[in-house]
Design a protein around this ligand. Structure first.
Ligand SMILES: Cc1cc2nc3c(=O)[nH]c(=O)nc-3n(C[C@H](O)[C@H](O)[C@H](O)COP(=O)(O)O)c2cc1C
Length: 257
């Protein structure tokens, strides 16, 4: 399944062919390559050009094991893990050195840090793919944010928001499906879709062979229930949210009064 056509240029083709990589070859990522793609991360747009993020690189094998355990063993063969954090600490320290007040310790700046970290991470991802590397985002960073913060010795003002497992791909990967453009894009005003539109937009997703197999293997009635009952059930979502709020509070982003 190819989503691109002849009108796509080389960059657009690179983006259109993206696929997550979860199995990695036993090949190190040399520091020069890593730093090139990190530099590309730094070039992402960011809030006020304040770069409210930091990237913690994990390459040491023992540390990879400890960090990997907090991601439930996902992408265990990755030679590099990048933990991209919302970070106001560096900015606060500079402000203090210059006699400026502390004012980025509230939720707005957590969100700004999350946005900055995400854009930085995605630039890293695109650069990585252009180098023949593969990656997978690991949302489990939010499930175990407090323990990951402890492991990486993150100070107040710094909280993990994105993890990327990175390395050279091993084996085949498949292009995953996406909703049609009209499901996601609204011109000028938000369009109220009918139930029939929603069904049509999701049909391809429901018929995608991988998704059909997952529904069958998990013994659920349909794809929507695979998400709500198995992958992201409400009780787990709420427990993770509570733990995450504790971590955001620990890292000092909740001085909202
Ligand atoms: C924020 C975020 C968290 C993710 N977390 C995980 C994860 O924990 N495990 C995993 O295998 N894939 C994870 N992914 C990858 C998505 O499952 C993947 O991007 C999606 O299924 C589309 O597939 P593709 O990237 O191959 O196009 C995550 C992606 C994002 C953006």
């Amino acid at each position: 399944m190819a989503v691109f056509n002849d009108t796509f240029n080389a960059t657009e083709r690179l983006l259109a062919e993206h696929r997550s990589v979860r199995r990695f070859a036993e090949r190190e990522v040399d520091l020069a390559t890593l730093e090139r793609i990190l530099e590309c991360g730094m070039r992402a747009s960011n809030t006020g050009n304040m770069q409210m993020y930091s990237v913690v690189v994990t390459r040491d094998k023992e540390r990879l094991k400890s960090l990997g355990a907090l991601h439930y063993g996902q992408c265990a063969t990755a030679p590099v893990m990048l933990t991209v954090c919302a970070d106001v600490e560096r900015y606060h320290r500079w402000c203090q050195l210059r006699g400026a007040g502390v004012c980025y310790d509230n939720f707005l700046w957590y969100l700004s840090g999350v946005i900055d970290a995400s854009l930085c991470a995605q630039n890293i991802c695109v650069a990585a793919e252009s180098e023949g590397l593969g990656f997978c985002y690991l949302g489990t960073v939010l499930y175990n944010a407090k323990a990951i913060a402890e492991l990486l010795k993150l100070p107040k003002g710094v909280s993990p928001v994105i993890t990327l497992a990175l390395g050279y791909p091993e084996g085949e990967t498949t292009l995953s499906e996406r909703l049609p453009l009209d499901a996601v894009v609204h011109y000028e005003e938000y369009r109220a879709d009918s139930d029939a539109d929603i069904e049509r937009q999701h049909r391809m997703r429901e018929e995608f062979p991988f998704n059909r197999r997952m529904v069958e293997e998990n013994g659920v009635e349909n794809l929507a229930k695979l998400f709500t009952e198995k992958r992201y059930p409400v009780d787990a979502n709420r427990a993770i949210s509570r733990a995450l709020l504790d971590e955001i509070t620990r890292s000092g982003f909740m001085n909202n009064e």
